[in-house]
Design a protein around this ligand. Sequence first.
Ligand code: F6P
Length: 361
Amino acid sequence: MYKQIGILTGGGDAPGLNAVIRAVVRTAIGEYGMKCVGIEDSFEGILGETHTMKLTKNAVSGILPRGGTILGTRNKGSFVKMVNGKPQVADLPIGEALANLDILGIEALITIGGEGTLAIAEQFHKRGFPVIGVPKTIDNDLAATELTFGFMTAIDVATEALDRLHTTAASHDRVMILEVMGRNTGWIALHAGLAGSADIILIPEIPFSFESVARKVLEREKSGSRFCNIVVAEGAKEIGKAEIYSDTQELRLGGMGDHVRKVVERMTGKESRCTVLGHLQRGGSPNAFDRVLGTNFGACAVRALARGETGRMVALQGATITTVPLSEACANIKTVSPDGQLVQTARDIGISFAAPQEMAH
Ligand code: F6P
């Protein structure tokens, strides 16, 4: 059994990170008598002058409902280099990090993060250091797990935003556009669009045509519904065109919502407004579902380490948490199937994805 384990959070924050940290600490100390060290600011905390914190049961008391991460996080840090516009794990710092882990007396790691963090964690495993990953992203785009914590809270926030936009859209007879996160996948847009009764949902998996968007807006107008709510995933694409970036150097998506606003206003003559939900989707308290999922992931990650597993990630499959190889966890992203049940349901109830062949309801 390990005497002391380390825990870190990497990548963009997500509601539920503190629930995982709390569960790891309580399980490690309470069930297995291990000590816990929190590594600050992702892997950066074990480089150079290390910065860590002792995690006792008292240290994690009261953090369950808190947003963000008490350990701090970094998006790329020293381990990721951009090569030809693509992030890649750099080799050099791993040796230094392993030496520091040795000095700190940390014998195994639990790393909580998305694709990037899990890819770095796999490199530690390949060098023989025991590691278990915990999947995190509000985008819910990791193929190896059915759900990631933070996603349900993000949908709640986006749904509330849509509810609020609805009343102002109806009062002014306007087209209201809500741009949500999700990078290359439309999970947040699809779920929030359904829960918040959007009229049009634009997602990366179904390239859209502006003719089709305008047709739906005008159809609604003709039928007496003089307003329209559109949810746009930040990575949505017009047919034959690329995504829109707010920062091409850092490959940061953003701006599609406002582009849709301008074109729709021009094509339909309807006054339009765009709201970018941004980091409101990531901040704040996790909902009950994400607290439970995060807690279950955290406890299961410690149990996996205690069983001697390494190089694996905890994953939700069916109603059970299992573990999958980290290599598998990083291999594929999970995208919305354009022929899937949820897209069909949305179409059945009259929501348009603005695909060119779509007939307005
Ligand atoms: O991975 C989650 C995510 O929320 C993406 O949907 C979004 O593009 C990205 O993070 C933005 O992160 P940041 O502003 O931290 O670079």
